[in-house]
Design a protein around this ligand. Structure first.
Ligand code: FAD
Length: 478
């Protein structure tokens, strides 16, 4: 009997749950990936860093599967790539290959679950099995529950229970190499289609410091391993190389979450512990999404859907384009536009600014992030936005409102990050870099920038906006 492994957000050839189970149980194993037109057609642009990231990572995976098979004494292998609706392509391919079952790693997004149900139904009609496995998180769905047997909705006790449960078993790697000779070579003429054949063009991905594929993930991980000890102190400063930059690799599974968690746990230092806590946030939001799929559209706390937001199309455009007049907000939004990445501290700052300074619905900001982040992940993004908007589980209370100038002074004290992305302000002295509108005419002339001309005046007054937000959010108490 033979099986087909359907790769999705797990583009690697080691420590892979579905691949391991297929190889262990079936004599012949095929591998496939579908560029799903249901997803691709909905993307805002035909030049998308994520499509290119996947495409490059698939080429590397194709080569890696071949090497894996040969090292195990097999006749070579690779990944069969299709372009179409996944819920049609996978059943069709499974029938063509004559497999007994399709195995895949579990996805927790509502749309993905619905797609998988359609696939399973079509396969069943053809007498083919469908099985999915936990792979992309350490603990899923019901694995961490309160003492009363309920899912957690507050992070800290969840994290404590998560850390308590973590042991060697849960981070053990799946030894796919053991049975890799069972991988089946691809049919003649099967190749990874070109990016242009998928209807996409190249982006600036190659210029970014984001190497793709398993080798790229490995390089970033090794670089971070050497500085993980400083993570706790350095992680909040966007101008400093303090974080891992592994989010896109975690998103597409070009690194293994088990390997990362095992590494952090074994290190045991304060930096590694703090980083492990971030990986727990990742599991937490996946668990929340699995239990509460309604958060995709609605506030986690239903009362918060009584809030009336402003339409404010001009303010929304200023936010998106990085011309709000608040330098740190603008630098962050320009970082997103030019690199597809934004530092975590800045994600919190700009999300707070959109919802609490501009009075705009968090869902519109969430959508903008979804369109542009390379590491876009529905669970983490929705959780992050609802946290910032105070509508989520474990939210910061709504009356705690980030002051964008104070955040800037605290987390980009020398203005280094601001100057990197807002060149208009390069010559503004440090004491005005966080609030350049406070410069007088002579100071503006000396800095070579006129506020309101080369760089915008602030689109809102924070003190006024703060008062409006407190009034706006008051409906939740009614
Ligand atoms: P590191 O600090 O090195 O963290 C390591 C990993 O832990 C990350 O790669 C990520 O997988 C996970 N992680 C860290 N923080 C969080 C968190 N708060 N929630 C969930 N997982 C976390 N993360 C995404 O992966 N995709 C998103 O679409 C996303 N949208 C966000 C939106 C908002 C408004 C906010 C406030 C946060 C969002 N995050 C998102 C979480 C976080 O900002 C990014 O994971 C992080 O900045 C990625 O950089 P890194 O890999 O260098 O992080």
């Amino acid at each position: 009997p033979s099986a087909l492994v359907w790769f999705r957000r797990d583009l690697r050839s080691y420590d892979h749950a579905a691949l391991y189970h297929a190889l262990r149980r079936f004599g012949r194993v095929h591998c496939a990936f579908v560029f799903d037109t249901e997803i691709l057609d909905a993307l805002p642009s035909r030049s998308d860093r994520r499509v290119e990231f996947i495409w490059r990572s698939l080429q590397a995976l194709d080569v890696a599967l071949d090497a894996l098979s040969r090292q195990a004494g097999g006749g070579g292998a690779g990944i069969v790539v299709r372009h179409g609706r996944a819920d049609e392509e996978i059943p069709t391919l499974a029938v063509q290959l004559g497999v007994t079952a399709v195995l895949t790693n579990r996805d927790y997004e509502p749309a993905a679950l619905a797609r998988d149900r359609r696939v399973a139904g079509r396969l069943a009609a053809a007498g083919i099995g469908f099985e999915d496995f936990k792979d992309q998180v350490i603990f899923e769905r019901d694995e961490i529950l309160t003492q009363g047997g309920h899912p957690y909705s507050v992070f800290t006790p969840y994290r404590n229970a998560w850390l308590k449960k973590l042991d060697g078993f849960y981070v053990q790697a799946y030894p796919v190499e053991r049975y890799a000779a069972r991988l089946v070579p691809k049919a003649d003429g099967e190749r990874v289609p070109g990016l242009d054949e998928l209807g996409f063009t190249e982006t600036n991905l190659a210029e970014l410091r984001l190497p793709t594929g398993m080798a790229g993930g490995r390089a970033l991980f090794e670089d971070f391993a050497g500085r993980i000890g400083r993570y706790r102190e350095a992680r909040d400063y966007p101008a400093v190389k303090g974080v891992s930059y592994l989010s896109a690799h975690l998103r597409f599974g070009t690194v293994s979450i088990r390997e990362l968690a095992a590494f952090a746990q074994a290190d045991g230092g304060a930096g590694a512990q703090s980083w492990l806590g971030e990986l727990v946030w990742r599991d937490f939001y996946h668990m929340i999404l699995a239990h509460h799929p309604r958060v995709v559209m609605a506030s986690f706390k239903p009362a918060y859907d009584r809030i009336v937001w402003d339409a404010a199309p001009e303010l929304f455009a200023a936010w998106r384009e990085g011309r709000t007049g608040y330098p740190l907000v603008d630098a962050a939004m320009r970082q997103l536009a030019t690199t597809g990445y934004m530092h975590n501290r800045l994600r919190m700052v700009v999300a707070s600014f959109l919802t609490k300074d501009l009075g705009i619905d968090w869902r519109r900001g969430e959508r903008h992030f979804a369109d542009h982040l390379i590491d876009y992940d529905l669970a983490a993004n929705n959780g992050g936005w609802q946290w910032a908007a105070s509508t989520g589980c474990d939210a910061q209370p709504y009356f705690r409102i980030f002051n964008p100038v104070a955040q800037s002074a605290r987390f980009d004290p020398g203005g280094r990050f601001i100057r990197r992305y807002v060149p208009e302000l390069v010559r503004v002295p440090d004491r005005y870099i966080h609030a350049p509108w406070q410069m007088g005419a002579a100071e503006q002339a000396a800095a070579g920038v006129r506020i309101g001309r080369e760089y915008p005046a602030p689109v809102v007054d924070h003190a006024v906006a703060r008062a409006r937000t407190l009034a706006r959010f008051a409906v939740v108490r009614a």
